[in-house]
Design a protein around this ligand. Structure first.
Ligand code: FES
Ligand code: CO
Length: 325
């Protein structure tokens, strides 16, 4: 499975704290934990002794202690203590294998198989003029690719987000450009007439978007309002969608906001995203099939769907099968 060679988000970084955390990725159970040096570890959630879930254990003295017979595993994965045999020194073969784990964008990321893939790019992350904030997790009963397509889709705004991101009086989608890239795609010049494009909108505005797919299950949008429509000269906002493909038809999603607003409380910014996402969710979960058809003949496409057809071609090129059909 080529998707195992990509980095995927699995939890909010701050959720990996004093106790082991169970997460699921690509239908595998993992345990995440943080050692005394603050380093993140991702292991199979299975004790090599009798298969109990390590996530049900606890962290003691910088080790994970299995809930069943109390074997203790050091950050290296090596078993260092077997309580039933206190004098026994376990050999190197008594160990838990580990996956690569990293922290970025406020999330814990895991790669299940080796590869030369990088963490998905998010240029706004390093822009000190923008405030970063995560929204989610949103648990959705659909595939990760259906979620990415929803994120790239402008023509649903007038219907699903009527009065917020779109209006039935302005449904036409102007032609926009799509560039296919080795790491995904970029769609530019995507315009939408939006009654309430963000928390601070006081009047409808024509908003221009750039969309980028940055990995099989990640995408970034950047909003560029038309000149004169907002007070701040170089106002812009970037939102990344990061998705954990949990099962072929179940996903966990986060949005990472990079916004110029440093004043609004976190809860208020999150509430806006929650509202928008709750509008998408029922439609997303109603789509059939829940897996994304990569055969372009399986569904109908128009010029307004160029970004989504390019995304399907990208997944086919990569050989992605998880969440696709
Ligand atoms: Fe983990 Fe026995 S199953 S210590
Ligand atoms: Co939507």
């Amino acid at each position: 499975m080529v998707e195992r060679q990509h980095w995927h988000p699995v939890a909010a970084a701050e959720a990996v704290a004093a106790q082991p955390l169970a997460v699921r990725l690509l239908e595998e159970d993992l345990v995440l934990w943080r050692d005394a040096a603050g380093v993140l570890h991702a292991w199979p959630d299975r004790c090599p002794h009798r298969g109990a879930k390590l996530s049900m254990g606890r962290i003691v003295d910088d080790r994970i202690e299995c809930p069943y017979h109390g074997w203790q595993f050091a950050p290296s994965g090596r078993c260092v203590h077997v309580p039933a045999l206190p004098a026994f020194t376990p050999p190197a073969t008594h160990c838990v294998p580990s996956f690569e784990a990293r922290e970025a964008h406020g999330l814990a990321w895991v790669r299940l198989a080796g590869g030369d893939t990088d963490l998905p790019a998010f240029a706004a992350e390093d822009d000190a003029r923008l405030r970063k904030l995560n929204c989610g997790p949103y648990v959705v009963e659909t595939s990760a690719p259906r979620l990415v397509e929803n994120f790239l889709d402008l023509s649903h705004f007038a219907f699903v987000h009527e009065g917020w991101l779109g209006a039935r009086t302005a449904t036409a989608i102007d032609a926009y450009a799509v560039e296919e890239l080795p790491t995904g795609l970029r769609a530019t010049g995507c315009k939408a007439w939006q009654p309430q494009s963000n928390l601070h909108s006081t009047a409808p505005a024509q908003v221009e978007y750039t969309y980028e797919v940055t990995g099989p299950y990640t995408a970034v949008l950047t909003k560029i309002p038309e000149a004169g429509s907002v007070a701040v000269a170089d106002w812009r906002e970037s939102i990344a969608l990061f998705i954990a493909p949990v099962a072929p038809e179940r996903s966990v999603a986060w949005f990472r906001l990079a916004v110029a607003d440093f004043d609004s409380p976190d809860d208020k910014l999150r509430a806006f995203q929650d509202t928008i996402f709750r509008q998408d969710q029922p439609v997303l979960e109603s789509q059939s099939p829940r897996r994304l058809p990569l055969d372009l003949r399986a569904e109908l496409h128009t010029a307004a769907d160029r970004a989504s057809s390019a995304y399907r071609r990208y997944l086919s090129r990569l050989g992605i099968t998880f969440g696709a059909c």
